[in-house]
Design a protein around this ligand. Structure first.
Ligand code: GLU
Length: 381
């Protein structure tokens, strides 16, 4: 895709990572944050809608409190509380100069996982954009529950870093473009810090398993890394959006990108264009329950987009209610799809392995032949 088409976007989500919002001393990188604000103001004045996903609260709080580490019960949460208001004061100041109103939105996993909250969030964000406000979003680290290991034993949460959060927001709002700015130039053929021959990949047509395998873990300070950025890119491109990973340390990078200059790695949309419901099932909700299926069922789901019938079920792991989203895994444990169940875990255990015609006999009633109907299944591979 050429650059012109790529940057031709009306609704844009821009994610600013911790490492570009603070300087070497751990203080806010003043000139950089104000240059982002200046660039974004220009985009808004030209009629575009921009949503910012900002990191940096924990880091700034840690600096303010003069702490060496954020380890320990509640320390990170406390730092986030201190740093968040500090962070917002810069945005308030900067956008104030351009007379652009801003709004602070702090989110936890449940704001995506619980469908009524997800829909309410979407309504509010759309309203803010309509009013010409720039929503500034961060994870609500102060109350976020992902750190509570016992509650989440084995649970796959909707997001635990701002890369995935920005992808969920992009997909929820049907944004045309997500720009992930951090201190790396883009996606390389191998880790450039270890391999001097690593080359920057300019364009990715599909986030395949080979591409995902190029992802490295988080950098110091933030929670995301290339791995989470690629996962974010997969979700957005499957939802019909474009993604750019670029280096936020390049001065006035945002304006340069929209002037058509050649920065970073572009990810073009796939032709899947997942429906809103399938995006939510596949990516936005927390998942604990698991259904292990046989090879035949896996093939039927992946190759023929069929429903999951009781006959293909081998095992039910953890408890779930009717209407919840569960992982669909093969015999090796690989999660290849997610789906919303028509029966609860107890009922699934009773009908597993049997024919759909026997459901009434076994349960005393039957609402569906399928345990998960095809329209409620999102493929992950
Ligand atoms: N929410 C965290 C912060 O503001 C950052 C999370 C991340 O880097 O993904 O400090």
């Amino acid at each position: 895709m050429n650059r012109e088409d790529f940057i031709n976007a009306q609704r844009i989500v821009i994610k600013l990572g911790t490492n570009i919002l603070r300087n070497e001393e751990g203080e806010v990188a003043l000139s950089r944050i104000y240059s982002f604000i200046e660039d974004i103001s220009k985009l808004i004045k030209s009629g575009k809608e921009v949503i910012i996903v900002t990191s940096g609260a924990v880091g700034l709080g840690k600096k303010k409190l003069n702490l060496e580490t954020t380890e320990g019960d509640g320390v990170k949460q406390a730092c986030a509380a201190v740093g968040q208001s500090r962070l917002m004061s810069f945005y308030e100041n900067g956008f104030g100069v351009f007379d652009i109103p801003i709004a602070q939105i702090l989110l936890t996993e449940d704001d995506f996982s619980l469908r009524h909250r997800y829909l309410s969030l979407r309504t509010t964000l759309n309203k803010l954009l309509e009013m010409g406000v720039v929503p500034i979003i961060n994870q609500n680290d102060t109350v976020s529950t992902i750190e509570l290991a016992d509650r989440l034993a084995g649970m796959k949460v909707s997001f635990s870093d701002n890369d995935k959060l920005s992808a969920l927001v992009s997909s929820e709002l049907d944004a045309n473009l997500l720009i992930l700015l951090s201190d790396i130039d883009g996606l390389y053929t191998s880790n450039p810090k270890e391999n001097p021959d690593a080359e920057l990949i300019k364009e990715v047509d599909e986030v395949t398993d080979e591409i995902l395998a190029l992802g490295t873990e988080a950098s110091e300070g933030g929670r995301g890394g290339m791995k989470t950025k690629l996962e974010a890119a997969k979700l957005v491109t499957r939802s019909g959006g474009k993604v750019l990973i670029a280096n936020g340390k390049v001065p006035y990078i945002i304006s340069k990108i929209f002037d058509g200059e050649d920065f970073g790695t572009m990810f073009t949309p796939t032709d899947e264009n997942l429906s809103g419901k399938k995006r939510w099932i596949g990516y936005a909700t927390n998942v604990l329950g698991k259904i292990i299926v046989n090879e035949g069922a896996k093939e039927a789901i992946l190759k023929q987009s069929k429903s999951l019938l009781p006959i293909g079920i081998m095992e039910i792991v953890n408890d779930f209610k009717q209407g919840e989203v569960v992982s669909i895994c093969d015999e090796s444990g690989l999660e290849f799809a997610r789906g919303m169940v028509n029966y609860d875990s107890e009922e699934c255990r009773r009908i597993a392995g049997g024919h759909s015609n026997n459901i009434v006999q076994t349960l005393g009633y039957k609402n569906y032949d399928a345990v998960i109907t095809r329209d409620n299944i999102t493929h992950l591979v």
